[in-house]
Design a protein around this ligand. Structure first.
Ligand code: MLT
Length: 263
């Protein structure tokens, strides 16, 4: 992993390959390890950049964050890397929420979008309230509060115990400050439903058929909202598609990117 100071925060990231930049944005409370098996296949044709979001993985945490700060961290990282051409943006779950914000702030910097296991809608008032309460609890009791609640919903039934345990450990290692900041940021995020018709770059909506957090019905709504978008469902797969079905994820994503942006 490399490190770069962006917007006053030390971010950790890796990047591989050459060509059109592909920016991989992980979900909550995960890390760039989410992309561990898809980076190499994608990096055969593209310049693949995978950061740890602030407060997650090995990136520095701040007490506050928002979809805007996460999106600005990404554009700052691209600036720091000297990436001038528009990127293909791949966001999973919270990474998708950030991708919508990045798109609204930097339209001319987005060349294609992959929206994986995510949703356009904002939190309901009840969900937002629950997130704020959970954020307080995480600061008092630790990241395990979120990990225990999320783990049963993350994977398809067939996922191996080893995979589930690997991700429990990664999530448990996430600093409570980073987890709480992300919970508050998600609770306050804008509704991106009205952004969907404004996405006129090639877009792929991808979802695990057994995703319990952002289910296929949610993906279909996004697909219907983005003219000309493609949708792919991955069978026997939950919310963690890049680690549950890495080969399918890399193949579907690679074929889409090849068609959308060439190499
Ligand atoms: C994620 O995977 O990023 C989160 O589950 C998203 C969310 O809680 O809305």
């Amino acid at each position: 992993m490399e490190r770069m100071k962006v917007n006053g925060v030390e971010l950790s990231f890796e990047h591989h390959g050459r060509g059109t930049p592909v920016l991989l944005v992980h979900g909550f409370p995960l890390s760039s390890a989410l992309w561990q098996s898809v980076i190499s296949p994608l990096a055969k044709r593209h310049w693949v950049i995978a950061p740890d979001l602030r407060g997650m993985g090995q990136s520095e945490a701040t007490a506050d964050a928002s979809m805007e700060t996460y999106a600005d961290d990404l554009s700052g990282l691209l600036d720091g890397l000297g990436s001038k051409e528009p990127v293909a943006l791949v966001g999973l779950s919270m990474g998708g929420y950030i991708a919508f914000e990045f798109f609204r702030r930097n339209r001319d910097r987005v060349r294609a979008m992959v929206l994986a296991d995510t949703r356009a809608e904002a939190d309901t008032p009840e969900a937002a309230k629950a997130r704020l309460e959970t954020a307080e609890k995480v600061l008092r009791e630790g990241s395990g509060v979120v990990v225990d609640a999320m783990t049963p919903k993350l994977f398809a039934k067939s996922a191996s115990k080893a995979l589930v345990e690997q991700w429990r450990a990664i999530m448990l290692a996430t600093k409570p400050m980073g987890v709480a900041a992300a919970l508050r940021a998600m609770s306050a995020r804008a509704d991106s439903t009205n952004t969907l018709p404004e996405i006129r770059v090639p877009a792929l909506v991808l979802v695990g058929e057994e995703d319990a957090i952002t289910p296929p019905a949610t993906a279909r709504t996004m697909h219907a909202g983005i003219a000309g978008s493609q949708i792919k469902l991955i069978p026997d797969c939950g919310h963690m598609s890049p680690v549950e079905k890495p080969e399918q994820f890399a193949r579907i994503c690679g074929e889409f990117l090849h068609g959308a942006i060439g190499s």
